[in-house]
Design a protein. Sequence first.
Length: 114
Amino acid sequence: MIDFTVPETLYLMPRYSPANQDRQRLCTLIQSSSAFKPDHTAAYLFCNSRRNILRIIYWDGFRFTDLVYRLERGGFVWPYTEPKFMEISLQQLERLLRGDTLNPPLETSYIFNK
């Protein structure tokens, strides 16, 4: 039985990562990273260069499961930072799936003197 409970940790691979690569290569990349902890559940997110495919590799503590989320129109707002896994929150994942940035824009308040 496949268990899709919310993972303990969510990781995102910044830049346009090899989302189109085969599953075995992505699993090898995950296992060789410092973000992989065999005794914890985790989801690892990858995005292709066109930013319309989000690939999620889910580790349930025993095996990897591959999920693909594809947009028919538009693209994901994907961060372009150093190419190593970064931890994100569930709220940040929800923002990405809605087409927003990882972090909400800072609200600024202006004080006008009369």
